[in-house]
Design a protein around this ligand. Structure first.
Ligand SMILES: [Mg+2]
Length: 142
């Protein structure tokens, strides 16, 4: 059977509520999750803690996370935006946006581009295993 070539997708990820829970604790299954998305997607930061340069963010995160996790996070590409995260999204490529919360203006922009369903609302308080669930289902490329 001929294999269908699928264009790579972008993933944009937030820090609080996605990488960290309660501001300080690493999300469950974080290393497995990061390893999977870095292997199968182009991964970008999309957080107010990163503005064009991820060095300060990596340093910030390294106080909460193991060096092996930090080494994975260093592979995530930085983005720049001023007011809304959606400014940094490349709407010409398929993408997922992992965030616990968006501003109404960001939701409107996603809807305007017909990309509202690209937002994966992460809620680790409600579902601590959500990152594992995502790589087994919604983000699974097979
Ligand atoms: Mg957030």
């Amino acid at each position: 059977m001929k294999k269908i070539k699928v264009l790579p997708k972008n993933i944009y990820i937030d820090v609080d509520g996605v990488i960290l829970t309660r501001g300080v604790a690493p999300a469950q299954h974080l290393d497995k999750f990061l390893g999977y998305i870095l292997k199968n997607y182009s991964v970008f930061w999309l957080t107010s803690k990163c503005n064009g340069d991820s060095k300060a963010l990596i340093k910030y995160l390294s106080q909460f996370l193991l060096p092996t996790t930090v080494a994975l996070l260093e592979k995530i590409k930085p983005t720049t935006f001023r007011l809304d995260k959606t400014e940094a999204i490349d709407f010409n490529r398929r993408f997922f946006l992992l965030d616990d919360e968006l501003f109404a203006s960001e939701v409107n922009t996603l809807k305007k581009h017909d990309n509202y369903d690209s937002w994966i609302e992460v809620n680790l308080m409600k579902n601590p295993d959500q990152l594992l669930h995502l790589i087994n289902h919604k983000l699974c490329i097979n």
